[in-house]
Ligand binder design. Structure first.
Ligand code: SAH
Length: 240
């Protein structure tokens, strides 16, 4: 009897993987994943059969992993958390009677938050600006509602060559509901090689620094910057 683990490998470095993720990968016979993610865990999978596929081959990758898991122990890997814009949903939708277990990982917004301070301390949401599977009208509606609901917003897939103006348009929607000095963080390659971050406000935001390796965190109406650190207060009374 085989098994399929849908494994979150975290943002990219070994030290930010969970022990459970490391263990299931070590105990798997076959590793399936997008070429770039396989590269991130290459030291862990030296003697294993590896099946890597290109960027947009998600359905094919999941089908293969499910097939192999009938007779083998297989890990299909996603960066961050596999249940957040990862492979967990598709695998569970396609599963028939295969044995599947989801192994969570540290998602990009949490990784990014730790680098700039504590921006996610109050109610927050993730919104992906990718319109590959979500109509842009719906994305804008979600931005509008999250902004009017005063959620801290983490933008995944914030910018790509095919839709360079979406980010700016979404920031303009947020501006209708938030003050100009609301903090925004751009974190690129959080907790992995090439890490960079920049803090802005809604008024000073410059989207030219943002790419697909970045996550953008927009504060709520109480968020502020203190000594270069982005904080969203939880609401505790602080003794003076
Ligand atoms: N499952 C992943 C998300 C995949 S969607 C997770 O839970 O993190 C891909 C998007 O995630 C990227 O476009 C980027 O916005 C974000 N992302 C993933 N890893 C990142 C990292 N290390 N630093 C910054 N953003 C990251």
């Amino acid at each position: 009897m085989g098994k399929l683990y849908v494994v979150g490998i975290g943002p990219g470095g070994y030290e930010n993987m969970t022990l459970r993720a490391v263990k299931v990968i070590e105990n798997s016979e076959i590793i399936v994943g997008y070429t770039k993610y396989i590269e991130m865990i290459k030291d862990l999978i030296k003697n294993k059969e590896v099946i890597s596929t290109g960027m947009r081959a998600e359905v094919e990758r999941c089908k293969k992993a499910l097939e192999l898991s009938k007779d083998h122990v297989v890990s299909i890997v996603s960066t961050g958390d596999p249940g957040i814009y990862g492979m967990a949903g598709l695998i569970l939708e396609m599963r028939k009677d295969e044995d599947v277990e989801v192994i969570p990982g540290l998602t990009a917004s949490s990784a990014a938050a730790s680098i700039v301070g504590a921006p996610l301390m109050h109610d927050n949401c993730n919104i992906s600006l990718s319109d590959l599977m979500t109509p842009y009208e719906l994305i804008k509606k979600r931005i509008e509602l999250a902004a009017s609901g005063d959620f801290v917003i983490s933008l995944y897939n914030p910018k790509s060559k095919g839709r360079p103006h979406y980010l700016k348009e979404c920031i303009d929607i947020v501006k209708k509901y938030r003050k100009g000095d609301t903090p925004i963080a751009v974190v690129k390659n959080a907790l992995r090689e090439g890490q960079e971050h920049k803090l802005f406000t809604l008024d000073s935001f410059d989207d030219s620094v943002v790419d697909m390796m970045s996550v953008v965190i927009i504060g709520n109406s109480n968020s502020y910057i203190k000594d270069g650190v982005f904080i969203t207060p939880r609401g505790y009374k602080i003794p003076q």
